[in-house]
Design a protein around this ligand. Structure first.
Ligand SMILES: *[C@@H]1O[C@H](CO)[C@@H](O)[C@H](O)[C@H]1NC(C)=O
Ligand SMILES: *[C@@H]1O[C@H](CO)[C@@H](O)[C@H](O)[C@H]1NC(C)=O
Ligand SMILES: *[C@@H]1O[C@H](CO)[C@@H](O)[C@H](O)[C@H]1NC(C)=O
Ligand SMILES: [Zn+2]
Length: 599
C-alpha cells in the first residue's frame, strides 16, 4: 500500500460517528481513498427506492438523507473555497422498495417533502415512478414543481387527467452556467425505452426524440459541457444513440453522462472527452465525478471563452455513511452536521414514527441472504422460504390434503433479511411487490413436474420465446444476476495498525479497481435459480396422479407456457385465487408465529 491516493485512517475515530436515525448502527472505520477534485464536480444518487432513512441494519450505508444534505452543503462550501463547482444529480427510481415511501396509503405521505429538501441541480425520473398511475400523478403534481426548472423530462409526456391532453412531464432540457467557474452546461434528462408505464404517461423512444427539432437545436447551443442524465444503463442502446447524435454535431465538446436502472456501480468511457457514471442502488452509494481542464466563460471575463486545457475525468463511489462523510470533509460529529441536515433527519425520524416502521413482527435468528449464501443452505433466504415458510402458509380451506406443487420466482424477494428485528419496514424492503398466490387445480402430475425445470432454463425451450425466463427477475436485477462473482477468500491485509477490511463493494469498472472510496474485502455471490418449488401433501410412497399447481401471480404467464410445452393446455380461465394475502403478508404472519418477539 502506501500509494499517495491512499490514506489510512485509524480506528481512533471509531465510535465518534453517530448516524442521525436513532436506531442506525454506528459506521465502522475503514481504510479510505480521498475524493479527486476538479473544476467541475458532481455527486449522484440513483435508484434510491425510498431508502432515505439509510440502512438501519448495515453500518456501511447508515447515513440518512439529512446527513447527505449536510454532506452536500459542506462539499459545496469546499467548492466555493476552491473556486470550483459542485452539481447534484438524481436519476430516478426514488420510490418503491422501502417503508418510508410504501408504508402509507396513499403512498409517499411524508416522502416527497423529505426528498425535496436536498438541493438537486438536475433530476429526472425512472421506470418505478411510472408503473402506477397515482405515482406518476404525484411525480407530476409534487416532484416536478418541487424541483422546478431542474427536473428534466426529455422523452416523457404526461396525460392531463382532466383534458386527456398530452403535455411534457417537465421541461425537455436546461441551459445554465455554473456559479463559480462560469461553465456553460446544456443538460438533458432521459428514461430508457420503457413500455411498462401506466396510461397517464407516454414514453417516447430515445431514438425518436433525437430526431425532434428541439433536441437538434439544443445540441447546437454553444456550451462547455453536454450533461446527459438518465434512468438508462451505461451500455444500453439509448446512450449509444445519444452519444452519437451529440458527437455528430460537436466533435470535441466534453459530454458527461449519468445513468441508472441496473443497480450497479459502473463507469464507462465513450471517448477521451465523454464518460459515464452510475451510482449503484438503495442509497448505498453517492457517485462522485470530477472534470479538470474544462473550458468556461466566467462573467468577470465578460463572457469571454476560457480555452479548454488538457482534460482529466475521475470518479469515486462513496459509501453512504458518516465515517466517510467526516473523512471527506475533514470535519467531525460536532462540526459536520448543518442545521438543515439535522432538521431533515428529524423529519425522517418523525415520519418513520408516524408510519410505525419500527413495529417488529419477530426477531430473525440469523442472516438470510439472497445471493451471498449458496442455495440451498442454512443462510439462503430461499431455503428458508422453501423448507419453513411456504409449507405453512400455502393453504386454502377448499383444497386441504390435496397434493400440491407451490412455486415462486426468486425475483419476488429483493433484499436480504438480517439477524435482528423483522419490522414493518422490512416487509416493504424485501418485497415491494404485491403478489398473491393463484392456482390451477387437478393438473396431471406428469405435466406439472416439468414446470420447474422449464422455467429454470434447464431446458432451453423458454429462452427462445417472449417469455424468456431471464425476465422473471425485475428488470433492474437482471444485470446483477449476470454479474455473479465467484467466491474468493477474504483478503487480509492487517499488520495490526490498519483497521481490518470489512466486506463490501470491490468495484471493477472501465478505470480499474480503485473507484470505491472505502477499501473492502470482496463479498461472494452465488447463482440462484429463477424459481423454487415445494411439494405439499404428497403421498408418501407413490407419485400423485394430479396436483394443484399454486404460484405467485407474477409468474402466471410462464406457468401457462411451461404447461403448454408439457402437453397440458390451460388458459387464464383455469386460474383461481388461492390466498387473499400477499406473499409478504403471509411471511410476516409466519414470522409473528415462529420467531421470538425480543431480539
Ligand atoms: C387508463 O386506464 C384506466 C384504468 O385501467 C382506465 O380507466 C382509463 O380509461 C384509461 N385511460 C385512457 C386514456 O386510456
Ligand atoms: C430547522 O428547523 C427549525 C425548527 O423547525 C427552523 O426554525 C429552522 O428555520 C430550520 N432551519 C433550516 C436551515 O431548515
Ligand atoms: C380458496 O380458493 C377458492 C377457490 O379458488 C377461492 O374462492 C377462495 O377465495 C380461496 N380462499 C382464500 C382464503 O383465499
Ligand atoms: Zn431501480
Amino acid at each position: 500500500m502506501g500509494k499517495p491516493w491512499l490514506t489510512w485512517t485509524f480506528s481512533v475515530l471509531l465510535g465518534l460517528a453517530t448516524a442521525e436515525q436513532p436506531s442506525a448502527p454506528r459506521p465502522v472505520a475503514a481504510p479510505m481513498r480521498s475524493l479527486p477534485w476538479g473544476d467541475l464536480n458532481f455527486m449522484q444518487t440513483t435508484d434510491t427506492h425510498g431508502w432515505h432513512a439509510g440502512h438501519l441494519q448495515e453500518p456501511q450505508y447508515s447515513a440518512d438523507w439529512g446527513d447527505y444534505i449536510s454532506f452536500a452543503e459542506r462539499i459545496r462550501e469546499q467548492a466555493d473555497r476552491r473556486g470550483a463547482d459542485l452539481l447534484l444529480i438524481d436519476t430516478g427510481d426514488r420510490i418503491e422498495g422501502n417503508g418510508l415511501y410504501d408504508g402509507s396509503s396513499p403512498k409517499g405521505e411524508f416522502f416527497y417533502d423529505i426528498v425535496k429538501e436536498q438541493h438537486i441541480d438536475v433530476i429526472t425520473m425512472g421506470n418505478h415512478e411510472l408503473y402506477q398511475a397515482d405515482a406518476a400523478a404525484r411525480e407530476y403534481d409534487l416532484t416536478v414543481p418541487n424541483f422546478e426548472g431542474r427536473y428534466l423530462a426529455s422523452n416523457l409526456d404526461y396525460v392531463n387527467p382532466k383534458t386527456g391532453e398530452k403535455i411534457p412531464m417537465a421541461q425537455r432540457f436546461r441551459k445554465f452556467t455554473t456559479k463559480n467557474r462560469g461553465i456553460r452546461v446544456v443538460a438533458f434528462g432521459f428514461l430508457f425505452n420503457f413500455n411498462g408505464n401506466a396510461n397517464n404517461t407516454v414514453v417516447q423512444k430515445v431514438e425518436d426524440t433525437i430526431k425532434e427539432q428541439w433536441f437538434q437545436d439544443a445540441i447546437r447551443e454553444p456550451c462547455d459541457l453536454f450533461l446527459v442524465i438518465g434512468h438508462v444503463t451505461l451500455d444500453g442502446p439509448e446512450y449509444k444513440a445519444l452519444y452519437a447524435a451529440i458527437r455528430d454535431q460537436n466533435w470535441d465538446t466534453p459530454i458527461q453522462f449519468f445513468g441508472g436502472h441496473s443497480h450497479i456501480r459502473s463507469f464507462a468511457k465513450y471517448d477521451s472527452k465523454a464518460y459515464a457514471l452510475q451510482a449503484g442502488r438503495y442509497f448505498e452509494t453517492i457517485g462522485w465525478m470530477s472534470i479538470q481542464g474544462i473550458g468556461s466563460s466566467p462573467q468577470d471575463h465578460g463572457g469571454e471563452l476560457k480555452k479548454r486545457g488538457s482534460m482529466t475525468f475521475q470518479r469515486r463511489y462513496i459509501d453512504n455513511n458518516l465515517f466517510g462523510y467526516h473523512y471527506h470533509t475533514g470535519l467531525d460529529e460536532k462540526t459536520f452536521p448543518t442545521e438543515h441536515g439535522k432538521n431533515v433527519s428529524a423529519m425522517i425520524r418523525s415520519a418513520r414514527k408516524a408510519l410505525k416502521l419500527d413495529h417488529s413482527f419477530g426477531c430473525a435468528p440469523r442472516d438470510l441472504w439472497l445471493s451471498r449464501a449458496p442455495y440451498p443452505s442454512e443462510n439462503s433466504i430461499f431455503t428458508w422460504l422453501e423448507t419453513e415458510v411456504l409449507p405453512k402458509v400455502v393453504k386454502n380451506d377448499t383444497r386441504t390434503n390435496i397434493p400440491t406443487l407451490a412455486l415462486t420466482n426468486t425475483g419476488t424477494l429483493r433484499f436480504d433479511i438480517f439477524k435482528g428485528p423483522f419490522t414493518k419496514d422490512t416487509t416493504y424492503i424485501i418485497s415491494p411487490f404485491v403478489s398473491k398466490f393463484r392456482y390451477i387445480k387437478d393438473v396431471p402430475y406428469e405435466a406439472a413436474k416439468r414446470i420447474l425445470p422449464l422455467i429454470n432454463n434447464e431446458d432451453k425451450v423458454l429462452s427462445t420465446t417472449r417469455l424468456n425466463a431471464a425476465y422473471l427477475a425485475p428488470p433492474e436485477q437482471i444485470s446483477i444476476q449476470e454479474d455473479v462473482i465467484t467466491p474468493s477468500p477474504l483478503s487480509s491485509s492487517t499488520d495490526g495498525k490498519e483497521p481490518p477490511l470489512i466486506p463490501g463493494y470491490t468495484t471493477k469498472d472501465a478505470f480499474g479497481t480503485d473507484g470505491d472510496d472505502t477499501i473492502h474485502s470482496p463479498i461472494s455471490h452465488y447463482q440462484v435459480p429463477n424459481c423454487i418449488q415445494v411439494p405439499l401433501s404428497f403421498p408418501i410412497s407413490e407419485q400423485p396422479e394430479k396436483v394443484d399447481v399454486v404460484f405467485v401471480d407474477f409468474i402466471q404467464p410462464w406457468i401457462l407456457l411451461a404447461l403448454k410445452y408439457s402437453g397440458a393446455d390451460y388458459g387464464v380461465e383455469d386460474v383461481d385465487l388461492y390466498t387473499q394475502e400477499t406473499l409478504t403478508e403471509l411471511m410476516a404472519g409466519w414470522i409473528g408465529k415462529n420467531w421470538g418477539k425480543d431480539c
